[in-house]
Design a protein. Structure first.
Length: 162
């Protein structure tokens, strides 16, 4: 990929933000997750083209960067809805009823885990832990952590994001 193609795959704003992250780290590759997050924040997900451009910018192979992207479950390698709903399924959340919460979310939206609503508004994803066990069951919609979720509150909660 030439520099012109690299610039076409990433905006100047993305390149500048990635370079700013690199400046704080011991080497370029250490910025892998931050670089992917920068691209995702602007585009909603990380395309193959942008992943390849980021890999080149970080002096990594595309395969190396893709292995990081696919391991880290908050990097989206395919399009997601405008609002991403993560329902924690840790032991604490399981004991406190996350299965029922997830079932109500899925039923209310008419989708299953890993799917996006037809209007592109919501994507429902599982997550192993959101780190808020004291507030179980928990879910996250976009960047908002919501604890002590009751299944009967889910429809009203989702309406806030319509």
């Amino acid at each position: 990929m030439s520099e012109v193609q690299l610039i076409g795959a990433l905006s100047n704003e993305e390149i500048e933000a990635i370079e700013a992250e690199i400046a704080h780290l011991p080497d370029r590759q250490s910025a892998a997750i931050e670089a992917l997050q920068i691209v995702q924040a602007k585009r909603g997900w990380v395309t193959d083209e942008s992943l390849n451009a980021v890999a080149r910018l970080l002096d990594m192979s595309s395969a190396e960067l893709d292995s990081i992207a696919t391991f880290y479950n908050l990097i989206f390698r395919k399009p997601v809805g405008r609002h991403v709903i993560l329902v924690c399924d840790s032991v604490s959340c399981f004991v406190m009823g996350c299965d029922r919460v997830r079932a109500v979310v899925a039923e209310h939206l008419g989708i299953e885990l890993g799917q996006t609503t037809n209007d592109g508004r919501f994507t429902l994803l599982p997550i192993v832990c959101l780190g808020a066990c004291d507030r179980a069951p928990v879910m996250m919609i976009d960047d908002e952590l919501i604890g002590d979720v009751r299944a009967d509150e889910v429809p009203k909660l989702l309406e806030r994001f319509r």
